[in-house]
Design a protein around this ligand. Sequence first.
Ligand SMILES: [Zn+2]
Length: 387
Amino acid sequence: MTEFLFWTDAYLTKFDAKVIEIKENNIILDKTAFYPQSGNQVCDKGYLEKEEKRYIIEHVFKEEEKVFHQINSKLADEFRVGDSVTGNIEWKYRYGIMRAHSSQHLLSAIIKNKFDIDTIHANILYEEVMLQISHEISEYQLKECLQELNRISIIEDHIFNTLIVSKEDFSKYSDDLRGNIPDDNKIRLVEVPGYDLICCGGTHVKNSTEIGPIFMYEFKKGTDIKYVLGQKALELYSQFNSDLISSSNLLGISYSDFFQTIQRQNRDYNELGQSYIKVASNLIDYISKYPSLQIKEWSIGVLELDVEFKFIQKQFKEFPENYTLIILKPKNKVIIISNSEKIKANEVMNYLIQRYGGRGGGSPYSAQGTLDSIPEDIPSLIKTLYK
Ligand SMILES: [Zn+2]
């Protein structure tokens, strides 16, 4: 069994220990400050020192109360049971993970306390957190949480207490608990008085203001939140701030109107897009009834339109039989779609490429390509091809 020093002192970066077991290239110690990869928190980095030689820790994991310190397989036979070693934790990395984990507890507690929504999954990395909650919240609600989280992690002091209790004593605490209860003999509790109480084996800060600023950079489906903190957040804040100034100057909008203006322009653009789609749809409908050229029972229609293939394909289902539709898009892009037995889309496309240069291809039913130049009278060319 390994004594978990990281449970009692998350700030311990150097410790002496004895080797109690060696399993392949894993060194098991009587006690350790190395946090093993478990649950949602990544493991620590660092090295073991023995007789002034350093052994880099490649991975740390836990199996049945024992912590495995994985080292280079070529060096494992330099260890014997009973050896004295000194463990050294890479502090900057550990501290970034600690601060991330504590910030995650706070955010999960804020969401639980405000909206009674649980956290179903969290990933804790160096100065970065991914969080998934059980029910959707709005962007406005997220903003409320972000404000509160930033206040606690930058300005307001809140203490993190940790407590190890036995299964028997645990019932005293279980009423106020957020999250699940593990089936262990010893249960570790992490408490932020007035805010949160949860079972957790992770490493945590003593004071919430050690966390530093939070910058959320992704919010999807109303449930999936990603953010960075501390130094990573400061870098993003600075980048975002200078981008905002540059973009405001570029567009001639003051920063306070920036997002409203973008939203308004986006709305206008969408409305314009809707009108364009309507006009395009009417044009396609028109050409289906009045083709550009009719040879015997075959119809050929040509339209200059900037629409997607899928959009044309849908409407083409309603076209009369023996119809070949050619759509000319910007940048010399051509779409050919045909339901005719005789006129095949890929044959027409190859013919146009041969004569006018470019590339493309497709099936007898539909073909797409880009020509070096667009011919004036495509229907007449098709007429020549199939005469
Ligand atoms: Zn935790």
